[in-house]
Each structure stands twice: as structure tokens, then as C-alpha cells.
Write a new protein. Structure first.
Length: 175
């Protein structure tokens, strides 16, 4: 069920890697729920075909703006309207790669090993802000994983009552 609240994922893979990905999914017993549902195009359009006939087509930006319009309107009321507008307008830029991190560390390095061996519990901040939820569950999970968790509200950071420099990491929960 592609458009449901059941657990699922949409994964984009290169065409030349598709068979290998499907082999891994098959080995995991996921063949029955693994399907090719589309492919990228160069015209920034969402196109839906049935039996090789196009039954729907629309500009990706128009669909994305329609999808995000309610959130944008709420953000304009709740947050800085100029920031909300800027984010909403970025949808129109097909060349915008979105959030593209530049790593300043080696992701293959096992940074947990020294802590696990010593029994240390690295301090992490569980960040909170208006509209955030699941911070209690996240703190509990991080505690079970061996971290020393601390509740930090964004207003604490802004007012200087807390500093991210005092922590080995932080978690920003969803809303």
C-alpha cells in the first residue's frame, strides 16, 4: 500500500544496480512487497502511466507546493514569515539539491568502541522546541543505548543557559 500509514520505504537506485537490490530484498523475504514504481525524468514532471499510456502529468513543483501549502501557511503564522516564504519558494528550484551534508569525519571510523570498552556514557542533548514530540521516547532509547541524555530546550540555547559545546552530540526529534 504505497499511500498508507503502514511501514514502507521508497528507494531510488541506479538502473544498473536494480537487479542487485532486488536480489537483496528477495533474500530478506521482501519480494512480494518490492516493486518498481517509477523512474526519474529530466523534465521535472511527475508522470503516471498505465499500460504504457500516460494517465496523469503535472509539474513536480506544482504538486510539491500543493502538498506543502498548509504547512507553509502554519509556518508563516508560527515562525518568521520570511523564512517560511523562502523555504516554500525553494520548491520551485529544480536544481536545488536540498540538504547536502559535507562530512568532516570518516563515517567508517568506529567512534563508539572507546566508550563501550570504558563504560563511559557520552552526554547528548535531546533538543526540544515548540511543536516537537517523541523527545521522551528518544531520550529513553538513547539512555538504553548507553548515552547520558539531557533535555535541552531551544530557548535554553538561545538564552545561554545551555551550550551544545557541553555535549558529545545532540538529537533533534520530529514534530
Amino acid at each position: 500500500a504505497l499511500f498508507s500509514e503502514e511501514l514502507g520505504a521508497v528507494v531510488q537506485v541506479r538502473l544498473e544496480e536494480r537487479d542487485a537490490v532486488f536480489a537483496v530484498l528477495r533474500e530478506a523475504g521482501l519480494s512480494a512487497c518490492s516493486h518498481v514504481i517509477g523512474k526519474p525524468n529530466t523534465n521535472d514532471q511527475v508522470e503516471i502511466y498505465r499500460d504504457a499510456k500516460k494517465v496523469f502529468g503535472a509539474a513536480r513543483a506544482d504538486l510539491q507546493r500543493t502538498w506543502t501549502e498548509v504547512s507553509w501557511r502554519i509556518a508563516r503564522l508560527r515562525d518568521n514569515p520570511a523564512c517560511a516564504d523562502s523555504e516554500y519558494e525553494r520548491v520551485l528550484d529544480a536544481g536545488d539539491p536540498g540538504i547536502s551534508p559535507v562530512l568532516t569525519f570518516d563515517p567508517a571510523e568506529n567512534i563508539a568502541a572507546p566508550f563501550i570498552a570504558s563504560g563511559a556514557r557520552p552526554r547528548v542533548a535531546i533538543l526540544r522546541e515548540q511543536g516537537v514530540n517523541s523527545q521522551i521516547e528518544m531520550a529513553y532509547s538513547m539512555d538504553l543505548a548507553g548515552f547520558d541524555t539531557h533535555d535541552v530546550h531551544m530557548s535554553d540555547l538561545i538564552a545561554g543557559r545551555a551550550s551544545l559545546a557541553d555535549f558529545k552530540g545532540f538529537v533533534a526529534c520530529g514534530g
